[in-house]
Design a protein around this ligand. Structure first.
Ligand code: DX5
Ligand code: ZN
Length: 219
């Protein structure tokens, strides 16, 4: 399977958002990663529906929406209408995770589950077949530009084994601190999708940086 690269718009210049969206359109990136933070589940507030609506107007690639919010069930229909293709909720924010996943799929989206760095992947073993994407947080959610947590590698390997043992087709996404230094090792451990925020947007040439990540991980 091809490794997908999903630049995180959180690291874009919000005063030049159309320019940055068009830059991702032009690049070899596969998805737009959209971080929605509510200031309750995580200690930060990012942006909400009006901003996503305007991103969707200009974007030519799928929307990978990462909800870092409490009680995400309230907004599933809203994000479907806005044009989300993958909708990811946090394991730690869902009391009835199975029900939430079914609700996401009923709206025609792929269903994702994100896990904080401290949450063990084995907690997904009874629901993995219902998940299209697991997003392993490799930093504590809430902010871009943090240092990658090395323990993520063993979580990727364990999750890959679980997916294979269950015969599931779940993708593994890594979110936080991804650079050209860890991208290849993450793919070797079993990752399918790499989110990259500051590494892409703070680069001198973001388009070339995406191309480089793509080449490194699909060699
Ligand atoms: C963190 C977000 C990430 C973040 C990644 O809460 O979920 O998607 O934007 O940013 P970098 O790549 O800078 O760690
Ligand atoms: Zn994210």
């Amino acid at each position: 399977m091809q490794t997908l690269i999903a630049p995180s718009v959180l690291a874009a210049d919000f005063a030049n958002l159309q320019r940055d969206v068009e830059m991702i359109n032009r690049s070899e990136a596969d998805w737009f990663h959209i971080d929605i933070m509510d200031g309750v589940f995580v200690p930060n507030i990012s942006f909400g529906m009006p901003v996503l609506r305007d991103i969707v107007k200009h974007a030519t690639k799928p929307m990978d929406v990462h909800l870092m919010i409490v009680d995400p069930d309230r907004y599933i229909e809203t994000f479907a209408k806005l044009g989300a293709n993958v909708l990811t909720v946090h394991y730690e924010a869902c009391t009835h995770l199975h029900r939430t996943l079914q609700a996401i799929k009923a709206e025609g989206m792929q269903a994702g589950v994100a896990m904080n760095p401290h949450t063990p992947v084995h907690l997904l073993q009874d629901v993995i077949q219902d998940i299209d994407l697991v997003c392993l947080m490799s930093v504590n959610p809430g902010f871009g530009g943090q240092k990658f947590i090395e323990n993520t590698y063993s979580k990727v390997r364990e999750l890959r084994q679980m997916i294979e043992a269950k015969g599931a087709s779940t993708r593994i996404e890594i979110d936080g601190g991804v650079t050209d230094q860890n991208a290849k090792a993450l793919v070797d451990a079993g990752a399918d999708v790499l989110v990259a925020g500051s590494f892409v947007f703070r680069a001198q040439d973001p388009v070339a940086t995406v191309a480089n990540l793509k080449a490194l991980t699909n060699a």
